[in-house]
Design a protein. Sequence first.
Length: 262
Amino acid sequence: MDIKNIFDVKGKVVLVTGGSRGIGEMIATGFVSAGAKVYITSRSADVCYKVAEALTAQGPGQCVAIPADLQKLEEVKRLVDELSKKEERLDVLVNNAGANWAESLHDYPDAAFEKVINLNLKRIFTLSQACLPLLTAKASPSSPSRIINIGSIDGIRVPPQETYAYSTSKAGLHHLTRHMASRLGEEGVLVNAIAPGAFQSKMMKATLDAFGEIIKSKIPVGRIGSPEDIAGTCIYLSSRAGQYTTGATITVDGGAAVNANL
């Protein structure tokens, strides 16, 4: 057993959507720090290029920006076309880009529900589908490629906020992960989901600013997530250590989803 290299991802080619901020940036940073070549994408081109430059300077891996608005089907196709011109394979696809919307049940807008479901669920299927030629190009049973879908504990529990489209999209994503895993294993692609709890991100900033101490009091380990927590889980799933794991949804929430402290 090669324990020394069991978590090695050096030299792997990785695409992280929503990789310029929040959880996506944490994941991209972890892979670059482990020596991978990481492509990041987000709607904001300036931020995307700035983060890629900073991560490449940090090393020892490399980070390349390909800005794209993944709400749009043509942008998904352009992203994959550009990636295909640069790489002959893709070892890891991290579907992290997402949106949220909070509104009362009585007033929840149809357009908002559609926007959240489109980005959080439909486009993850679209992008994964478009990336399959790259994901299977060099994949084999002894060296499978990976799809990692970033879900949420709000797709497991009923969230305290009125985020109906978000929780629905994440629950759907967890099941989509299982469905894709059942089909893609034979093609050398492992598919898993991570269900994060509270992490410091733009999406959660307002909530943490207002209720941070209350939220931490409800988490059994007594803190919110750190970059190492989410990046480490992605690296495990992408390495030899995670090679027999597929179709799983791994909670990374400090125990929040199973908290019995009422």
